[in-house]
Ligand binder design. Structure first.
Ligand code: BG6
Length: 532
């Protein structure tokens, strides 16, 4: 990494004047509502862990409160913590209250919690798995779930394999009476080999159509919207290619630090945590060809083709394509925050990257020569996720002489920009040039902006939990895509591992835009990141 990189100018932050676009809304027809799934039991392994407390149980409670869960359902948690049903319900009540401080209803919770059960488990013990059918049977009878089972791996990845093998061994993956599905959280493996291995382990018990690999970014409303936006409008698709697009920028920036996840993050780092999954998923939805139909197999097929067409990062010129960073101490939202190395559980000499910027090319007819710049980092100045499509400049600007009075530097106009805002403030904006009122021929950039009002009924986890119950895999990642994504990143990760002593971390203060070298990555191509 070049630590001596020159200070680049600040990113352009021109604020075009904007008007809210009118949204033509029609009443929501019945078939556009949320499909209520059939009965099922959800069996959560790692039920007292962070994921369960922060996401799974609050999401299920919220779905229950909104009437989206079937009448027949129960949740059966297991973990190492020594407690019983009452203790588990207490822990989860606290979690649900914290998740919905304003709307939490003790009455609804009481009804919901009657369907929560818990058993303390040793996941290494085959006896525990052998005892599961007998434990589940009375609950299945009581709640009429027809032996439909969803096994949720809310566990550290190192434990998935054991649990999945044991489920298979205990006959719990068979579908003799009801369906049997498995949900696996990210990270899915650690590199190409381990993800392939994990696919093999799962595949030995659960077919692909019964395997649900999570990537919660796919369920964010404006990420689901990418395909609608691209393929239900005729005006964008003809421009969606190398002839009209100069480059694409994908950003997921966070103000949060590593929090209490050092144990996982120290070995994962940002490339495994955010790029192998969320960022590459956003890239493939942006770049894919129209699928033959809107069904999960066809959509996943097209996404896989994009990943296959990505040009491997040249390992001998890594610096020109990948920039890494790690946050030092700084200020976020007016508060002092510590450096990554001072976070609890982090090694004081850690070289885990908390920021990465990357440039990739997709070698196909549509995208040949168009760079895709991607960045993601923790403890940055602003939290946002977006995809920005920068169109090419007009081939000839006949107003340029008027914009360039004698002795003044030439002022270029901003080419058109389309931004898909994933979060916050989900929406889409299109920037274009108009005449500055009253001038002879001056231009001003304006913004046409569509914003979703807060009309989302489901958050990302609620969406995927319901989809898993209905068996819809559209918002889940296929085993093939996991392996392709790792295939792209593993050689880069290996190479970086070999040169990690030269990283010179920390190299960006918390609350900043990331390392200056990331600006260089674009500047040397004559481009600049959008302001965070
Ligand atoms: C997770 C990562 O997958 O996504 C976290 O493991 C990250 O490190 C999170 O903070 C970001 O998700 P969201 O929905 O908060 O943008």
């Amino acid at each position: 990494m070049n630590k001596e990189a020159p200070q680049p100018p600040k990113p352009v932050d021109r604020q075009p004047s904007g008007r809210r676009a009118e949204c033509i809304t029609a009443p929501r027809p019945d078939f556009c509502g949320i499909e209520r799934p059939g009965p099922c039991g959800i069996i959560i392994f790692g039920a007292c862990g962070d994921l369960s407390k922060r996401k799974l149980i609050p999401s299920l409670y919220h779905c229950f409160a909104a009437g989206h869960l079937p009448d027949g359902f129960f949740i059966f948690g297991s973990d190492r913590i020594q407690t019983g049903d009452a203790g588990f319900r207490g822990i989860m009540e606290e979690a649900a209250r914290a998740a919905f401080p304003e709307t939490f209803s003790p009455d609804l919770w009481l009804k919901f919690s009657e369907r929560l059960f818990y058993v303390c488990a040793d996941f290494n013990s085959p006896d525990f798995f052998a005892s599961l059918p007998a434990r589940l049977k009375p609950l299945e009878e009581k709640f009429g779930t027809r032996a439909n089972r969803i096994f949720y791996m809310a566990l550290p990845p190192a434990v998935y394999e054991t649990v999945i093998r044991r489920l298979g061994g205990a006959g719990l993956a068979s579908e003799e009476r009801g369906y049997s599905r498995v949900v696996v959280e990210k990270p899915f493996g650690f590199d190409t080999e381990s993800s392939r291995h994990l696919n093999g382990v799962i595949g030995a018990s659960f077919s692909e159509s019964r395997t649900f690999r999570m990537d919660h970014y796919l369920a964010k409303e404006n990420v689901q919207n990418i395909l609608m936006f691209r393929f239900a409008n005729s005006i964008f698709e003809p421009l969606w290619n190398r002839r009209y697009i100069d480059h694409v920028e994908i950003t997921i920036s966070e103000t949060l630090g590593v929090e209490h996840r050092a144990g996982y993050y120290e070995s994962a780092g940002v490339l495994r945590d955010m790029f192998q999954n969320h960022i590459l998923q956003l890239l493939s939805l942006t770049a894919m060809e129209p699928p033959a139909s809107f069904v999960s197999e066809r959509v996943r097929e097209e996404k896989a083709k994009v990943l296959r067409s990505i040009r491997p990062v040249p390992l001998d010129r890594l610096g020109g394509h990948v920039v890494l960073g790690q946050y030092g101490a700084g200020r976020i939202n007016g508060e002092d925050v510590v450096s990554y190395r001072d976070e609890p559980g982090v090694n004081r000499n850690s070289v885990a990257p908390t920021y990465a910027a990357m440039k990739l090319f997709i070698d196909n007819w549509r995208w040949s020569g168009v760079p895709f710049y991607m960045r993601s980092g923790k403890r940055l100045g602003k939290a946002k996720a977006e995809i920005a499509i920068r169109f090419r400049a007009v081939p000839h600007l006949m107003f340029s002489r008027i914009l360039e009075p004698a002795g003044q530097p030439h002022e270029k106009i901003d080419p058109n920009l389309l931004v898909l805002r994933v979060q916050p403030d989900e929406g889409i904006s299109l920037q274009f040039q108009t005449k500055m009122p009253d001038s002879r021929a001056c231009l001003q950039p304006v913004l046409m902006d569509f914003r979703y009002e807060k009309v989302f009924l489901l958050d990302a986890y609620e969406r995927v939990l319901l989809d898993c119950m209905t068996g819809d895999q559209m918002l889940f990642v296929s085993g093939e895509i996991e392996e392709l994504a790792w295939g792209l990143l593993s050689p880069v990760l290996e190479r970086l591992e070999a040169v990690k002593d030269s990283f010179g971390f920390p190299n960006y203060p918390a609350g900043s835009n990331g390392p200056v070298e990331a600006d260089e990555l674009m500047l040397k191509d004559g481009r600049q990141w959008r302001a965070l």
